[in-house]
Design a protein. Structure first.
Length: 399
């Protein structure tokens, strides 16, 4: 943002961040004249994006505080797992207004899954007490690599039939069929990303905003990582960043992975792998959630195998931590309890240089099962209300 050239979208960022919440503050930070600030605020007010309250008086006229209005629109978010889906309507701060969870088999393919999801949207939106036209966007969280620019899943080991499928376009069409038009002209915006990325975004925004390098590892049916650097999700050149579950271990060529390779970390230490090992011991387990249930019950074999899985994941995280030097390493997912964390810590502190781990916090998820939903909603809000997107939307509204 260049002084004296700040757009309405730039002012919105200052207001949302809390850096400037009065006209005087906006003038001071941007160098804009009072009349120009007023013109920019008029655009934002006409869009309904701001709310105004009277501040306290110090003897003169009380100041008027300007804030972003999180209730002027809503977001539909979907956290799609391998065997279930969690759907919610949230306001623009990530507060859940209505939520539903149910079984949904991702292997049934994108058309069936997306249509079933969209069929639930009308009832969900009604339960939230909002209008379908007030939904500004949809955020979809999926358990596979995503090319964020196109919104397409790329070579997902656990999602047969989804590779390069036009998820964004299909979900836009399904929303229009089941709900109706969006709050602005054109189809409702749809954004898609990997589950670990969105969980990392949500957890970072909720509890670790001051951490300039943040890593979240999701250990459930599969294993993946999300990385936030400088308050931005790091996705790599085509969405492949963080796919640590398919790093190959040197000593397990016997372990066949769902991706077709041998020796992948996920084939050895994921919830799916542990479920297979526990099944061989006579236990009824098929996924990471089943392993999580046994861990909650304190089952000794589940605890033992999960701790060993944490050690194998720790082997890979030694390189991750040494390369990125994060301030926070968060463990999340069905396996992320004490046994798993213990295993991770054992290997990490044993093999990484003290310089890499001296300032490192190893913690578990604070948002739990809601991290994916909150992250999916945050993805929508961060894009639609960025300076560039806000200015483009304001121009469309004005035309």
């Amino acid at each position: 943002m260049t002084p004296n050239q700040a757009s309405a979208g730039d002012l919105l960022q200052l207001i949302r961040s809390g850096r400037a919440n009065t006209r005087a503050d906006l003038q001071h930070v941007t160098g804009l004249s009072r009349s120009t600030v007023g013109q920019r605020l008029d655009l934002l007010n006409r869009a309904g994006w701001l709310r105004h309250t009277s501040g306290t008086s110090t003897g003169g006229r009380p100041s008027h505080r300007i804030d972003f209005d999180p209730a002027h629109a809503s977001v539909v978010a979907v956290d799609l797992g391998t065997r279930h889906a969690r759907l919610a309507v949230l306001d623009l701060t990530g507060t859940v207004l209505a939520e539903r969870t149910g079984p949904l088999d991702i292997t049934e393919g994108p058309e069936h899954v997306l249509d079933r999801m969209a069929a639930s949207f009308p009832g969900l939106i009604a339960a939230a007490g909002v209008e379908g036209a007030a939904v500004c966007g949809i955020g979809l969280c999926v358990p596979g690599p995503v090319d964020w620019e196109t919104g397409r899943v790329v070579e997902p080991p656990s999602m047969p039939g989804w590779d390069q499928y036009p998820v964004r376009e299909r979900l836009q069409r399904a929303y229009a069929e089941h709900v109706g038009p969006s709050m602005e002209e054109g189809p409702v915006p749809v954004f898609v990303d990997n589950d670990a990325n969105l969980m990392a975004l949500a957890e970072h925004q909720a509890n670790h905003r001051d951490c300039s390098a943040f890593v979240l590892v999701k250990a459930s049916t599969g294993i993946g990582a999300g990385v936030v650097i400088g308050n931005q999700v790091f996705r790599g050149v085509d969405g492949g960043a963080g796919d640590i579950g398919h790093i190959r271990l040197h000593d397990r060529p016997d372990a066949v992975c769902t991706c077709g390779s041998r020796g992948c970390l996920a084939a050895v230490a994921s919830g799916r792998a542990l479920a297979g090992q526990l099944s061989e011991l006579g236990l009824d387990t098929a996924s990471g959630s089943d392993v999580g249930r046994l861990l909650a019950e304190g089952h000794p074999d589940a605890v033992r195998l999960t701790r060993e899985a944490g050690r194998r994941v720790g082997e890979v995280l030694v390189t991750v931590v040494t390369l990125l030097n994060p301030g926070v390493l968060m463990l999340a997912g069905d396996l992320s309890g004490v046994p798993f964390m213990t295993g991770v810590r054992e290997l990490l502190y044993q093999r990484a240089m003290p310089r890499s781990t001296g300032s490192l916090q190893i913690v578990t998820s604070r948002l739990g099962d809601h991290a994916g939903l909150i992250g999916a909603a945050a993805m929508v809000v961060e894009f639609l209300y960025s300076a560039a997107s806000a200015d483009a939307r304001l121009n469309r509204l004005a035309s």
